[in-house]
Every structure is written in C-alpha cells, then in structure tokens.
Design a protein around this ligand. Structure first.
Ligand SMILES: CC(C)(COP(=O)(O)OP(=O)(O)OC[C@H]1O[C@@H](n2cnc3c(N)ncnc32)[C@H](O)[C@@H]1OP(=O)(O)O)[C@@H](O)C(=O)NCCC(=O)NCCS
Length: 180
C-alpha cells in the first residue's frame, strides 16, 4: 500500500477497495454533492466502480485522488489529491487539478485545508509540476476558502454546464515563495 503524504493529523494513501464503506457514506450524501454537478451514488456497486476508476489513474498517470486517513483513529474521512484532467475545462486540457471531498461529520475541522496542502506539496515536490489548477462552483464558499488558504489564486469565472464556476491556479514559483 503506497503512502503519498503524511501531515500532523492525516495520512494520504492510495484508495483501496476496503475503503468502500467510507466512500459510500461520502458519495451517498446529497449535501456532499450539492456543488459537484452530479448525483449521489445509490449502490455500493457504483462506489466499487468509482474506486476502480481512481486506482486505474494511479497506473495510467502515477497519481490520483487519495484516501485521507485520520491518524489517531485510523478512520477513512474522505479523499484529496491531484488528478490529471484529460478533458477540457475553461479551455484547459491535460492539466493537474487539486480536489477534495470529505464525509460531512468531518467538515469544519481543518482537515480539507491540511490534506489539500499536502496534495499541493506532493505535486510540486514529488511530481515536480509547474502549475496546479482547481475549480469550484461559485457558491461553494468552503471549498474556495480552502483553495485560497493553500495559496491558489482566483483567476476568473467560467460556465460549466450552465453553472457559474471559479477558476484557480498556483504556479511552482508562487508555491515556493509561500515557503520563504
Ligand atoms: C469543501 C469541503 C472539503 C470543506 O471541508 P471543511 O472541513 O469545511 O474544510 P476546512 O475545515 O479545512 O476549512 C473550510 C473553511 O471554510 C469555512 N467555511 C465552511 N463553510 C462555510 C460557509 N458556508 N460560509 C463561509 N465559510 C465557510 C470554514 O470556517 C473554514 O475556514 P476557517 O478555517 O478560516 O475557519 C467540504 O465542505 C466538502 O467535502 N464538501 C463537499 C465536496 C466538495 O464540495 N468538494 C470541493 C469541490 S470544488
């Protein structure tokens, strides 16, 4: 089992099929999906397929979304990490995006910020990326706060399937300057 990053309170490791109960709790929650433009899952089979899809990205791209494990209890609390986006969003293709999604009872404790920062550090330090992007529904205040706290810059608004979204970016130089 590959561990990609560790923080004070969290471990970011590859997502395993054994995470399916936690992943199902996450993706079955309508509130979690409020700003994601998709529907909550309604069967464990859909969750198993989602895990298989993520695990294929590790093989194809060397990285992907990672399970976030709370160190003190060993619980799966959600996922965070980088995804190589092959499709086109806001006129960008083949770029790395930072993202995260947490089980509702773990919101508001700073875990998203901590895991997102570790994901960014892995991208610049481990993968030697030059820039990392992110997007969030304009109404998704919590997510936008997380992105700005870890140093991403708001660039512009764009339309995604009829919903207004905010586009964010951080360059390697900006990331390095934050460490000084
Ligand atoms: C987005 C998400 C990961 C944030 O998780 P979280 O646990 O609340 O994140 P954190 O605790 O690290 O920080 C969130 C910040 O937003 C603030 N915040 C949360 N909800 C807010 C709201 N409705 N209005 C204003 N601020 C809000 C928090 O106070 C916190 O800021 P602070 O640290 O300065 O107090 C979580 O809400 C989630 O999983 N949502 C569903 C999936 C999703 O939307 N993912 C992002 C897609 S772009």
């Amino acid at each position: 089992m590959k561990v990609f990053a560790e923080t004070d309170r969290l471990i970011l490791r590859e997502i395993l099929l054994s995470d399916k109960d936690g992943m199902y709790e996450l993706d079955n929650d309508p509130l979690v999906h409020k700003y994601l433009g998709n529907q909550p899952v309604s069967s464990i089979t859909q969750t198993e397929e989602a895990i298989a899809f993520i695990r294929k990205q590790y093989i194809d791209n060397g990285t992907g979304r990672l399970a976030v494990i709370k160190k003190d209890t060993a619980e799966f609390i959600g996922w965070a990490g980088l995804k190589l986006v092959r499709g086109s969003y806001n006129n960008h293709t083949n770029y790395y995006e930072v993202g995260y999604r947490f089980i509702q009872r773990f919101w508001g404790k700073g875990y998203a910020t901590e895991a997102a920062q570790a994901s960014l550090d892995y991208g610049f330090d481990g993968l030697k990326l030059h820039e990392i992007y992110a997007m969030a529904d304009t109404g998704n205040t919590a997510s936008k706060i997380v992105l700005e706290k870890i140093g991403l810059r708001y660039i512009e608004k764009f339309d995604l399937d009829g919903d207004e979204h905010d586009w964010f970016k951080i360059t390697r130089e900006e990331w390095e300057n934050r460490k000084l």
